[in-house]
Design a protein. Structure first.
Lengths: 314, 322
């Protein structure tokens, strides 16, 4: 187990190194206006060149990469240029993470409970009303662009239930709608996954044996089939939880929640290159760490996975 | 089946003893010949689902309509700004009437023709990205599965790309390049093939060493025939599904990119642009139709393609053929 974890960790670090390097090189292609802020129009070509040189952007690319890594290892992500000039990136992010974290975690909780229950209900009454309703819901949520139904939910639910349209930290009632909207997608994918898995699994021998032993249908479903279905889900759970930090772009901008999701959009619109770079780096590292934790978690959960075998848990 | 009786062993190499047999259908049937046709069976399973058939007809009509709509009589240009003859001002926010079926937008453009022009753009993006995904995904996936020494490097590349959230790559690419139709297609095509490649790779690894393929090979079946008859039927359903699902997916991405301000330029009508224009007006109930009409069209298109894709992929699976 420890041997596997170390091997997997080294692999993740290697992937992280490649991704950081690629992202850094891609960032050199960003529009150069993004390095000047508001003063862009006032400067002539010579002054612009002088600023870019002083920022080290005219150095050879390997030298830039070296100093970038040196700074990164010291935990320095740079300073914002246009969004909040001269403020370190870490400080900007620190204020925003709690909002995204709260909404994200609440949405995961709701979608796990509701999605799994819906999935089990659909699998147990296959072809009946619940199944049909649930399938309709899953198709709708997965096919129609999220922006469309988010807009209509905000538009009509706020007027029907007299809820506030925008987020207000002091009014807990204004937190309800964003949380529910955010969990809709998760409910659909968990329900679909559980239903498909359970229906496939029902013809397996161990289910037949359990039935032959005289166990009740409900007990077989929950004690045997569901436990198996949960293992592959566990692999993606850490990544999903970590990604709540990234926030939901749609929800946060629709309800004007000051979280991380709106931040990326905002800094792109303002062409703040260092912030774009920092955010992309953070999001990609979250992805890698999440997948690493997921593989470890799955190895713990599922005793059938042979860690010494080549390829490991993948 | 020789006519004459073989008396001596040396006679048996005499070619006159053998003759070619004509193909006889009755005879062949007795020998276990079946007139199973892959496409016919797929079609038969597909048309059993009445809803899918309805959606197929609906989408065919819609596709034809979006193509011929500009050439029909009394159609307006999607970018022309209509002027009110009395006030000499743009005919903005004109509610739906007999002249403008879906009304006009804030600067007086005809929403009806904008919606069809937008569907045309969005469907074009979807089809191009879907075809691209199929071609690149299957080529790379097949190489990944068939050529052993490529397995390791491609797996590493897959890990790297798969670790970065797709939306981040999409946002980054559209930020770096200028907003245009090509930018959109390139940015989406850059990542879309990856899931397809993995799927095809797994399928290839599973199928290539199956006993029936081994048997086929032993009987001297050429590789080409093994690929077209044994492997391709498995892939057809995947290809069709990926093309059908890429339409709702690309429309979703397009709406998303437009929403965050990195979509197509406003001069090109697209479903994303229409939703975004409608969103800005949604707090005014009288102008809400500018959000509702594009939303209905988007929902119909995406749901239809999503459902058709799923039903077709089930039907194309040989396991579901009777």
């Amino acid at each position: 187990m420890i041997k596997y974890s170390i091997k997997r960790l080294l692999q993740s670090l290697f992937t992280l190194f490649i991704i950081v390097t690629i992202v850094f090189l891609l960032m050199r292609l960003l529009p150069e206006e993004g390095y000047f802020g508001a003063s862009y129009d006032k400067l002539d070509e010579q002054q612009k060149e002088a600023i870019l040189t002083s920022m080290g952007l005219r150095d050879p690319i390997h030298k830039q990469l070296g100093s970038f890594y040196k700074k990164l290892l010291e935990g320095d992500l740079g300073q914002s240029i246009t969004f909040r000039p001269k403020v370190p990136v870490a400080e900007i992010i620190k204020d925003k993470i709690p909002y995204s974290l709260y909404f994200g975690l609440a949405a995961i909780g709701i979608s796990l409970v509701a999605g799994v229950s819906l999935g089990i209900a659909m699998a147990m009454g296959k072809g009946k009303m619940w199944d049909k309703l649930g399938t309709g819901y899953v198709v709708f949520i997965r096919a129609v662009p999220a922006a469309v139904y988010f807009l209509f939910l905000q538009l009509y639910l706020t007027s029907v239930f007299k809820l506030p349209i925008l987020f207000d930290i002091d009014k807990p009632i204004s937190w309800i709608l964003p949380t529910i909207s955010m969990s809709l997608g998760g409910i659909a994918s968990y329900a679909m996954w559980i239903r498909r898995y359970m229906v496939d699994e029902l013809n397996k021998d161990y289910v037949k044996l359990a039935r032959a032993k005289g166990l009740k249908g409900r007990k077989i479903m929950i004690k045997h089939v569901f436990r198996n279905a949960f293992v592959p889900m566990a692999q993606y759970l850490p990544a999903t939880i970590l990604f709540t930090i990234a926030g939901s772009i749609y929800i946060e901008s629709l309800y004007s929640i000051p979280g991380m999701g709106g931040l990326l959009v905002e800094v792109i619109k303002r062409q703040d290159n260092t912030l774009v770079q920092a955010l992309v780096l953070i999001y990609s590292s979250i992805g890698i760490v999440g997948l690493f934790l997921g593989d470890i978690l799955m190895a713990i959960f599922d005793p059938r996975i042979n860690l010494e075998k080549k390829g490991g848990a993948r | 089946m020789g006519k004459s009786i073989v008396n001596k062993l040396t006679d048996s190499i005499n070619e006159d003893l053998f003759e070619f047999q004509e193909y006889d259908e009755e005879e062949a049937k007795r020998g276990g010949y079946s007139n199973y046709s892959y496409w016919y069976s797929t079609w038969k399973v597909f048309i059993q689902n009445k809803l899918a058939v309805f959606l197929l007809i609906l989408m065919s009509l819609l596709l034809i309509f979006t193509l011929i709509q500009p050439y029909l009589p009394n159609q307006k240009s999607p970018t022309e700004i209509h002027i009110n003859q009395e006030t000499r001002l743009p005919l903005s926010n004109n509610p739906p009437d007999s002249e403008f079926l879906f009304g006009t937008n804030t600067i007086g453009q005809d929403l009806w023709s904008r919606i069809w022009s937008g569907s045309r753009t969005s469907l074009l993006i979807g089809l191009v990205v879907g075809a691209w995904e199929a071609v690149i995904g299957i080529t790379i996936g097949a190489m990944w599965g068939y050529i052993p020494w490529l397995d390791r490097p491609i797996t590493e590349i897959y890990n790297v790309i798969n670790n970065i959230p797709k939306t981040i790559i999409l946002v980054l690419m559209t930020y770096i390049m200028k907003p245009s139709l090509y930018t959109m297609i390139i940015a989406m095509g850059l990542t879309s093939w990856i899931d397809m490649a993995r799927f095809v790779r797994n399928l290839t690894v599973i199928i290539r060493d199956r006993e029936y393929n081994l048997a086929s090979k032993c009987l001297g079946t050429p590789t080409r025939r093994i690929i077209t008859k044994n492997l391709l039927p498995y892939l057809v359903s995947v290809i069709m599904l990926s093309i059908a699902l890429s339409i709702p997916q690309t429309i979703g991405y397009e709406v998303f990119l437009t929403y965050i301000g990195l979509g197509l330029p406003v001069s090109i009508p697209s479903l994303g642009n229409l939703i975004n224009e409608g969103r800005l007006l949604m707090m005014a109930p009288a102008q809400r139709y500018q959000l509702i009409f594009p939303s209905i069209i988007i929902s119909i298109i995406t749901i239809s393609f999503y459902m058709m894709g799923n039903v077709f992929s089930d039907a194309a699976d040989p396991k579901n053929h009777v």
